[in-house]
Design a protein around this ligand. Sequence first.
Ligand SMILES: CC(C)(COP(=O)(O)OP(=O)(O)OC[C@H]1O[C@@H](n2cnc3c(N)ncnc32)[C@H](O)[C@@H]1OP(=O)(O)O)[C@@H](O)C(=O)NCCC(=O)NCCS
Length: 151
Amino acid sequence: MSLDIRACDAAQLPMDLLLEADPHLPHVQAYLATGHCYHAQQNGVTVGAYVLQARSLGTLELMNIAVAPNCQALGIGTQLLQHALHSARQLGATRLEVATGSFGHQLTFYQRAGLRVYAVEPDYFLQHYPEPLFEQGLQHRDRLRLAIDFG
Ligand SMILES: CC(C)(COP(=O)(O)OP(=O)(O)OC[C@H]1O[C@@H](n2cnc3c(N)ncnc32)[C@H](O)[C@@H]1OP(=O)(O)O)[C@@H](O)C(=O)NCCC(=O)NCCS
């Protein structure tokens, strides 16, 4: 089934999808207000989304990337991430950054696309999220920052 990925308005992104990647609603609302939003649709149904936001001059951050749970592990996320790298360049960025937990398949997902860890933020999830975040039975505590510089 063909996937149509394109820029859209923030209001077109389903909030439940964005919360899959970032469960803290105030965070999501904050970057939706200023971010560049994109959605992926199959037969008019939104199955994925990502949001880019300016971090500093020449640097964009991938604030959110998510695929609907029933459509994960089918290659859609990889297509979205490649699209995000392309969009970042189109928007004039020379660097794309992303922050993620310190374990899980997301880490492999980003590193396969060429992003590399450049910083650790110890206890980030304990200090910035009101509820504990668990994945694979393990609590997220530290956050990693990854980046790719466009040559
Ligand atoms: C991370 C995410 C965007 C990847 O999208 P996707 O469409 O599932 O990714 P792909 O199908 O392109 O697969 C990428 C790899 O991740 C693996 N993967 C995807 N979902 C997985 C899961 N739930 N558990 C384990 N591995 C998973 C895939 O199997 C694939 O690895 P492989 O090539 O060795 O099989 C998606 O899993 C998602 O939306 N997760 C919830 C939100 C989230 O965590 N966002 C990132 C926040 S940092």
